[in-house]
Design a protein around this ligand. Structure first.
Ligand SMILES: [Zn+2]
Length: 135
């Protein structure tokens, strides 16, 4: 499932407004969201006052059900605290595995790959290189 939420954003011009952002993307169920990411349009908002378009940096989960991959994308500014991000993602993954029946957990452990990336550009490059590999 892909989930989005409303958050408060403040533009450089000082205007605050509410915007809808994606917090998790299920690329298998919503391939159009993958296209949005590749086009650089994911979580890009437009300020209603000055018209400036900008990208909202929030951590989000990219779930590739077909590819059995769980990719957490953190803002580039988190890279210097990379270790604590890896720890947090690892914890979330462990919690998720604990919340499912043993059979499913076993499959998760065998089949799933968990990846952490920093910045939307890193995700775009990652997805592009995966597509090239599949051709
Ligand atoms: Zn503005």
């Amino acid at each position: 499932m892909s989930t989005r939420s409303r958050i408060n954003v403040t533009c450089e011009c000082g205007q605050s407004f509410e915007a809808e952002v994606w917090q998790s993307v299920n690329a298998t169920a919503s391939p159009e969201l993958k296209d949005e990411i590749l086009k650089g349009a994911m979580n890009v908002v437009t300020c209603p006052t000055c018209g400036r378009r900008f990208h909202i940096e929030i951590p989000f989960l990219y779930h590739d059900l077909d590819g059995r991959e769980w990719i957490w994308v953190y803002p580039l500014s988190y890279e210097k605290e990379g270790f604590s991000v890896y720890q947090k993602v690892h914890e979330m993954w462990e919690n998720l595995k604990r919340s499912v029946p043993p059979g499913v957990r076993e499959r998760f452990e065998k089949e799933y790959k968990v990846t952490v990336l920093f910045g939307m550009d890193a995700l775009v490059h990652y997805l592009q290189s995966k597509e090239r590999d599949n051709q």
